[in-house]
Design a protein around this ligand. Sequence first.
Ligand code: XMP
Length: 191
Amino acid sequence: METLTPQPTYTLADLDEVLATESQIAERVSALARDISEHYGSQDITVVCVLSGALVFTADLIRKLEVPTRLDCIRADSYGNATEASQPPKIRNPLKTDIKDRHVLIVDDILDTGNTLVAILRHLRQAEPASLATCVLLDKKERRQVELEADFSGFEIPDAFVVGYGLDFAEHYRNLKCIGSLKPEFQSAVQ
Ligand code: XMP
């Protein structure tokens, strides 16, 4: 007898539940951009996008900002092909630009345990920016392991592994327009 296991389709069909639709995300991103623009006024800011998860969010957010904006990217590897982070997060890809005396806004997809953002903040502080703030699209408050709140935050979500709108599992699902929880049967590390 052969046992059949469910196969992922890497589409909406692999989601348990949609947590934020395309239009809800668009509305929230616009509101965040308004808050950020108001906060910085006419000051020049450097947005640091945390690759790869925040790529889609950052692309939409910066086009709505009304402040002079520079863009740089950083990479922190914490998850690999699994749904639990391997400790501690490693900072990869140093910034291309000099952020000394600049107003820096770190943009990340999700604030989960907080370990990644803490490591990035510590790393960027060494470059002596004029200010350092954080913006996350999603916040899983109940999973936090460190004392950290984002300065700008999109949605608070429950403790579920989510994908879509830039967030992945093993590099899939980033292209989905909504954000949803991935069915548990598709969360195994080898796919
Ligand atoms: P920590 O736990 O350090 O995690 O705050 C931050 C980084 O981990 C990734 N992450 C997720 N990625 N679905 C994902 O696709 C999730 O539910 C999830 N939770 C955490 C993400 O890259 C984030 O920057």
